[in-house]
Design a protein around this ligand. Structure first.
Ligand code: DON
Length: 615
């Protein structure tokens, strides 16, 4: 993510704050039982989040290399499942948590089967199941698969490998125990591959993308490469959930609640299935061999961003029901050409996001990333909540941060259809007051009204505040192209009418006995929805006409027309229209042509909008 975009993102700013919160924490010790690991800089620290859409947020030492260590175990377990199939792998490795340390010799009584693939015994067994024509071929295949998880070529840190191999006596003992129970044929090649996999150099960004690959069903979110068959993803995530943090797994699921794997190199890989991956790196470890800062960061992320998988599973990745600009989809207010051209240009800068489902961190992240990506091209973002069922506290918090950061850049974030989001609006308003933020909380009853509000803002910004004009008969849309003679014929047939604001001009079902040409003011055309609520179909202003189609086809009124403001207009009733046809057919034809032209414009605009809404 480009630097400037990063600074705009409330998510990036949140991660920076979280990093700062634990940067001073110096509890724990770096691993020293592998001598090379004792040389690492204990203060290195990074937090990275990668989404299944390919958005990556990284703070701290995100490109500093360290060795993957036990985080390699789920990847090799997945590879073994792919190479040998579930039955053979299960015949040699169980899936039960041990409650013991990572290097415990936890073998099943009788069979000698390691209890799970996350402890060293199970991992060594898994390494023995990786296929290959030779040891080098196995190493190359394993490295290739790990590189697919990371989305870039990875390499082995030979200093660590040598150090691990030289000091790996306990693992060697485990290897020979496995040989004793015929779990592995020859422990040496299995141990060699295991030591090499643990010594692969990665960085924290890689870790988050590896996690996002697992979250994305085995496919890397950026490269699109498949690192693991979909059928094995759940199996790998299941053992990570129950066994990934060894004898701290229970506490982990309770407090963080996501499949994860830690390593003595100081990394923790965390997966929120279907949504995102997290990588944390800090080499100081607790007695269980888990990164101290890493655990704290993951607990806070889970709590503050609602990431516990038993809570966040409902949030649909497709938070967007529709997204478009107001250049593509207009309000129901019909506007004169002078205003329409303003909206065609400036409307690109107003983006409408019809949201849906539950808004938790993963879904709000997609919205933030979209808005940040728009950069300075975005003037106003409209969020429509009509189909939003719930807004989590983390999402509310991030929306607040977004309003503040957008406001700092002179951008507006406005809300629509929030009748069921009272709590959210109260939270935003209270936070606004408490923080002394200068932005206005703009929430409009419905999306159409919100789009019209934006349009008025754009037009006012271009033309200055629009004063309600009075449009002469000659300039009315229905009189387009009529010369003075034709107007002289038409004018005497018209009746001048005045309607007060909110006065009904005609109702749905009334016989259509006249058409109306608007001189000044606005009228709203509405129908009563099945729920009894008035549904605005259109708002017309001076220079437009209404009621003409029903008059021409001789039907009943298809909707109510109500004066939105005080209205001045001309009425052409049926008798006069028929007289016009009899005496001046070319004038009537000109009127009919103008009716067809504006009907065509409406159909063309609606087709564009349907296309934009379907996009
Ligand atoms: O085998 C070992 O001891 C190391 N290569 C890996 C151990 C490890 O990462 C444990 N995780 N917390």
């Amino acid at each position: 993510m480009p630097d400037d975009d990063r600074e705009r993102s409330p998510i990036y700013r949140y991660l920076q704050a979280l990093h700062a919160r634990y940067a001073g924490l110096r509890d724990g010790q770096v691993a020293t039982y592998i001598p090379e690991l004792a040389k690492v800089d204990p203060d290195r620290f990074s937090i990275c989040i990668a989404t299944t859409d390919g958005n990556v947020y990284e703070v701290g030492d995100s490109r500093h290399p360290f060795t993957i260590q036990s985080i390699s175990k789920p990847l090799t377990y997945g590879l073994a499942l792919g190479d040998r199939g579930l039955d053979e792998v299960q015949s040699r490795i169980g899936v039960e948590p041990t409650g013991d340390a990572f290097n415990s010799i936890s073998l099943e009584p009788g069979s000698g089967r390691p209890l799970n693939p996350m402890i060293n015994a199970g991992a060594i067994a898994a390494a023995s199941l990786v296929s290959g024509r030779s040891q080098d071929d196995k190493v190359a295949r394993l490295l290739a698969v790990y590189s697919m998880y990371a989305g870039r070529p990875l390499a082995i840190d030979n200093d660590v490998f040598e150090s691990e191999r030289a000091s790996g006596h306990r693992n060697r003992a485990i290897g020979h125990m496995l040989r004793n129970f015929d779990i592995v044929d020859d422990p040496e090649p299995a141990l060699d591959l295991y030591f090499r996999q643990c010594s692969i150099a990665i960085d924290c960004r890689d870790l988050s993308l590896m996690a996002a690959t697992l979250a994305n069903g085995g496919v890397h979110p950026v490269s699109g490469e498949r690192a693991l068959d979909a059928v094995h993803v759940d199996r790998v995530l299941s053992v990570m959930t129950t066994c990934g943090l060894y004898d701290a797994a229970g506490e982990w699921v309770f407090r963080v609640g996501m499949p994860a794997k830690s390593g003595v190199g100081g990394g923790i890989l965390v997966v929120l299935p279907g949504q995102l991956g997290i990588g944390v790196y800090s080499p100081r470890l607790d007695p269980h061999g888990n990164s101290v800062r890493g655990l704290e960061v993951c607990r806070d992320l889970s709590r503050e961003l609602d990431l516990h998988f038993l809570r966040s599973a409902r949030s649909a990745r497709s938070v967007f029901r529709a997204r478009y600009s107001t250049a593509e989809v207009r309000s129901k207010r019909r506007r004169p050409e002078s205003e329409r051209s303003v909206l065609s240009d400036a409307g690109q800068g107003v983006r409408v996001y019809e949201l849906q489902g539950d808004l938790f961190f993963p879904s709000i992240e997609a919205l933030i990333a979209e808005i940040v990506r728009r950069g300075d091209d975005l003037a106003i973002a409209v969020l429509d909540f009509k189909r939003v069922s719930a807004v989590g506290p983390a999402a509310a918090r991030i929306l607040f941060e977004l309003m503040t950061s957008m406001n700092e850049r002179g951008q507006l974030l406005i809300f629509a259809s929030c009748e069921r989001q009272g709590r959210l609006l109260r939270f935003l308003d209270e936070e606004r007051v408490e923080s002394g933020a200068s932005w206005r909380l703009i929430a409009l009853p419905d999306l159409d009204g919100a789009i019209e509000w934006c349009e008025n803002e754009l037009i006012a910004a271009t033309h200055g505040v629009a004063h309600a004009p009075t449009i002469a008969l000659a300039d009315n849309d229905l009189c387009r192209g009529l010369d003075a003679a034709a107007l002289d014929v038409l004018a005497p047939l018209l009746t001048h009418r005045r309607f007060a604001a909110r006065e009904t001009i005609f109702r749905q079902g009334d016989p259509a006995e006249a058409l109306f040409l608007l001189a000044s003011g606005q009228v709203t055309i509405a129908m009563t929805s099945p729920h009894g609520a008035p549904k605005r179909l259109s708002t017309l202003s001076a220079g437009m006409s209404f009621g003409e189609l029903a008059l021409v086809i001789g039907g009943l009124r298809s909707a109510d027309v109500v004066a939105t403001t005080a209205v001045d207009c001309w009425e052409l009733d049926r008798a006069a229209f028929d007289r016009l046809g009899a005496s001046q057919p070319q004038v009537k034809i000109a009127l009919l042509q103008n009716m067809l032209r504006s009907a065509h414009e409406i159909v063309a605009r609606l087709s564009r909008e349907v296309t934009a809404l379907a996009a």
